[in-house]
Design a protein around this ligand. Structure first.
Ligand code: CAA
Length: 261
């Protein structure tokens, strides 16, 4: 595992708590933090067999992530903004397509790139103190890390239009009501709830989880036929040893012992 400056990684029984650790900047995503997220999701956590699930949260009790680091990206040379967005896209795709479950435990502000990071995760658990929003229009830009797309897919075009065009922040109860947050907890309990969900998921067959993530994401991938992806995945899984084990365990009325093959 790499040494990180802005991330802390704590693996407890296969469930990694990844904390974005820049509390003085409300955990804003600067270049180094993005680079470390890339390293974590494209290599370190992906290749580590001891990692079964990841929970992302923010350091401190005020903010999950308050967006891309405005002070830093203000200095991007003219004409390079598109590449800046593309870099964020690639990293967030690595999270969205991560083959193990990724759960956002949103402990405070999830604004701009922070809301986009939460949306790239597979599931979002929010503290009742959390605030979500895409305030980029206040800065004269638009969401650049996939927000126009993922928010629209999660909450529908009308609500995405309203949130992005007004730049308004919404609270956790509203985020839950419109389908942006999966669950809402008392403050300070969001990581425990995320851990509870992760614990449930990692008891299932790992290949079935990875293929489910892939097939669900295919629903939203341009050019992909999600039904074909589902058929292929189903074919592959029915030939897996874990399917034999899962079916045998059902018939023998015992717990399955999945091996991930
Ligand atoms: N980038 C850089 N620094 C940030 C930051 C950000 N996105 N958000 C907060 N900070 C810093 C502040 O500058 C401040 O630092 P100093 O103490 O050195 O001045 C520190 O964090 C604490 O912030 P505030 O004093 O502003 O705290 P507050 O409680 O008064 O307000 C807040 C909290 C409402 C979240 C406010 O900080 C805020 O509006 N932040 C910006 C939110 C935003 O616009 N996010 C979108 C960024 S653009 C983006 O993300 C583009 C994209 O899609 C890729």
């Amino acid at each position: 595992m790499s040494n990180y400056e802005n991330l802390s990684i704590d693996n407890q029984e296969g469930i990694v708590l990844l904390t974005i650790n820049r509390p003085k900047a409300l955990n804003a995503l600067n270049g180094l933090t993005l680079k470390e997220l890339d390293q974590a999701f494209s290599e370190d956590l992906k290749n580590d067999e001891q990692v079964k699930a990841v929970i992302i949260t923010g350091a401190g009790d005020k903010s999950f992530v308050a967006g891309a680091d405005i002070k830093e990206f203000l200095h991007i040379p003219a004409g390079e903004g598109g590449q800046f967005a593309k870099r964020g896209h690639d990293i967030f795709f690595a999270i969205e397509n991560f083959p193990k479950p990724v759960i956002a435990a949103v402990n405070g502000y999830a604004l701009g790139g922070g809301c986009e990071l939460a949306m790239a995760c597979h599931i979002r658990v929010a503290s009742s103190k959390a605030k979500f929003g895409q305030p980029e229009v206040n800065l004269g830009i638009l969401p650049g890390y996939g927000g126009t797309q993922r928010l629209t897919k999660l909450v529908g075009r009308g609500r995405a239009m309203e949130l992005i065009l007004t730049g308004d922040m919404i609270d956790a109860a509203e985020a839950y009501r419109i389908g942006l947050a999966n669950q809402v907890t008392e403050p300070g309990e969001e990581v425990a709830k995320a851990r509870e969900i992760a614990t449930k998921i990692i008891k299932k067959a790992p290949l079935a989880i990875a293929e489910s993530i892939k097939a669900i994401n295919a629903c939203e991938t341009e050019g992909a036929n999600g039904y074909d992806t589902e058929c292929e995945a189903f074919g592959m899984l029915t030939a897996s040893a874990d399917f034999q084990e899962g079916a045998a365990a059902f018939i023998e009325k015992r717990k399955a012992n999945f091996k991930g093959v």
